[in-house]
Design a protein around this ligand. Structure first.
Ligand code: CLF
Ligand code: SF4
Length: 475
């Protein structure tokens, strides 16, 4: 398994499989190989869950409305069901018994986990005892981080995410309304400076403790978009393992909404990723999940595990059975990686003059397969095909065009919205598509290719058709 792990995806030949393992120690490989956020490959097969035990926050971001969950690691406008540490542990056992590919428990809200240290660490402590095979993960704005690195290390929390939206207080002062610190309310540049100092100090201590750091940055058009490359360079220099650039989605009632700011578009994120210079240190597969998320990234099974439901479940948490499944999934990742390498090699052989890079929107429900009807697609995975190989760029959520046979055809109003989300793609790759959306997409310059099977295999086939200019022939 070791040799196939990459922290982010990308299949551009053997030397560019996302975050190449070359240079990664065995201990880091062990930490990332089954963590769906730290390994793009793992995210097709391994799931994470969040437990919402941390209600309070110690800062006020201008894009956040505290009626809802923390937006630094969550989808906006969502309010999670708050749990006690004991309830959270019960939920972990229930989820881990039913969704046995769940390997990570994260605390990411609904406020800031480290503004609620008692609940957060008690929860981790109980989970560590009850389900020792779960990886523990934490997300924070960083203000209180330096005070807790020892506890984080002692509890075996191997992964910490810090949301850093600016590495210059001049920029940061436009992002935070206030920071609460030692009983005082700081505003403006003073608040931004203190937050930054604490984030940097926290990073330094985490690096010393050997804990993997991911930095999330919320891309705010007109505020920190041109600053993103500086953030990326600075956090990588200071030892961040991954940088995740997340689009701003403005919460109702937030300061930014009142200021009339606009949300970040896919093209804003793509441009910032391009300029970031982060290469294989870039996380591209984030889904901005909920503070009570359950399941594979991109699928939402939280409604199956509400408090009312998990309390009635009698969990059969069997570490041996879980281990067997995890080893099987390791083998599937190994197979997928081999297929990616083979696809990259074959693609180079089929290269023809004038083969320019193009993007493909892939319909998938996970498992690294093209396996969805266009009308049922809620999320497209966007790949770039170029003469040097295949590269996973990002995932984009859309409103599905149709929700069932009986309602099929009612989604026509959405085709414009879907086409806008994938406007930079030359092709859609899906199992099937109705004539209406197909011709609508084609009118907008997006060709449709149908197929079924492993993503790399289908992209490779598409690349061949493209090179021969035969697209339009269905599988
Ligand atoms: Fe959760 Fe975050 Fe841990 Fe993952 S999420 S605390 S690192 S286990 Fe992952 Fe969700 Fe993106 Fe976060 S997809 S929002 S990056
Ligand atoms: Fe909201 Fe999270 Fe910012 Fe706190 S850190 S204000 S919860 S987005």
């Amino acid at each position: 398994m070791g040799s196939s792990v990459s922290a982010t995806c990308g299949v551009e030949g053997s030397a560019s499989r996302g975050r190449s393992v070359e240079g990664l120690s065995e201990s880091i490989i062990e930490k990332v190989k089954r963590h769906p956020c730290y390994s793009e490959e793992a995210h097709h097969f391994f799931a994470r869950m969040h437990v919402a035990v941390a209600p309070a926050c110690n800062i006020q971001c201008k894009y956040c409305n505290r009626k809802y969950d923390c937006m630094n690691e969550s989808r906006p406008g969502v309010t999670s069901e708050l749990l006690t540490p004991e309830e959270a542990t019960q939920k972990v056992l229930a989820v881990g018994s039913v969704i046995r590919n769940t390997t990570v428990v994260g605390i990411a809200g609904p406020g800031d986990p480290l503004a609620n240290p008692r609940q957060t660490f008690r929860t981790f402590e109980l989970i560590r005892q009850a389900a020792p095979d779960m990886k523990l993960c934490l997300s924070t704005n960083g203000l209180a981080l330096p005070d807790h690195v020892d506890t984080i290390r002692e509890l075996g929390i191997d992964h910490v995410t810090i949301t850093i939206n600016a590495v210059d207080p001049e920029v940061g002062q436009h992002i935070y309304r206030y920071v609460t610190w030692q009983g005082k309310l700081l505003r403006g540049i003073e608040a931004a400076r203190l937050l930054l100092e604490r984030q940097m100090e926290g990073m330094r201590e985490l690096v010393k403790a050997g804990i993997l750091i991911k930095v999330n940055s919320v891309l705010i058009p007109g505020v920190n978009d041109v600053h993103m490359a500086d953030i990326s360079a600075e956090v990588r220099k200071r030892g961040a393992f991954l940088h995740n650039i997340m689009p701003l989605i403005i919460a109702d009632g937030s300061d930014f909404q009142k200021e009339g700011r606009r949300a970040a578009l896919p093209e804003d994120v793509a441009a910032a990723q391009e300029r970031s210079g982060a290469g294989d240190r870039l996380m591209r597969h984030c889904r901005q999940c909920r503070a009570d998320a359950v399941g594979l990234l991109g699928e939402d099974r939280s409604s199956e595990f509400t408090k009312e439901k998990f309390r009635q479940m009698s969990a059969q948490y069997d570490p041996e059975q879980r281990k067997k499944l995890h080893m099987e999934l390791d083998r599937r990742i190994e197979k997928m990686s081999a297929a990616r390498r083979a696809a990259a090699a074959n693609l180079r052989i089929s290269k023809t003059d004038g083969f320019l890079p193009f993007r493909v929107a892939v319909s998938t429900s996970g498992g690294n397969k093209v396996n969805l009807h266009f009308g049922h697609t809620k999320e497209f995975q966007i790949y770039e095909v170029s003469p040097t190989g295949l590269k996973f760029l990002t995932a984009r959520k859309v409103g599905n065009y149709c929700s069932g046979i009986e309602t099929c055809g009612e989604g026509e109003g959405r085709i414009d919205e879907i086409a806008r989300m994938i406007a930079d793609c030359r092709y859609v790759l899906c199992t099937r598509i109705g004539p209406g959306p197909k011709s609508a997409l084609e009118e907008m310059g997006i060709q449709v290719v149908t197929g079924y099977g492993p993503v790399e295999q289908e992209l490779f086939r598409l690349a061949d058709l493209h090179a021969q200019d035969q697209v339009g022939i269905e599988a």
